[in-house]
Ligand binder design. Sequence first.
Ligand code: IDP
Length: 140
Amino acid sequence: MTDTPTQRSFVLIKPDAVRRGLVGAVLARFEAKGLRLVTLQLRQVTGEESDQHYAEHVDRPFYPPLRTFITSGPSVALVVEGDEAIEVVRALNGATDGRKAAPGTIRGDLSLSNRENLVHGSDSPESAAREIAFWFPELG
Ligand code: IDP
């Protein structure tokens, strides 16, 4: 039997979730799945932080409204840990567009928007390492 090494993923619970009082509901899904919380913090994301976090998207047409949205109120930044945490978080989050995300996923059940889709999760081990070091340098 081979053990999968424990993996960490960065998660941002976005301002729409905080505004709608859904932080607990979102966290509950990660916890119920068996992911462990490593750290968690309420953060007001700045424009500069948004530019760095979404560096690969800054030239996309959807980025300016995304930047306005992500800086529009507090978010909750956290790191979770568990077997295949990166893929597991993305499966729990569902497809980017809440209108098309499968029922049973966070976005599929709770979002009707392509932008205001409640939650971010790292998309690869490289992104997770970069994002964890950026948001929580003490863990990097
Ligand atoms: P992901 O969050 O599912 O990984 P990305 O393609 O990395 O999706 O996009 C980052 C974020 O940018 C999305 O979560 C969403 O908030 C926003 N976004 C992506 N595509 C669009 C779009 O076509 N219109 C509006 N917002 C978008």
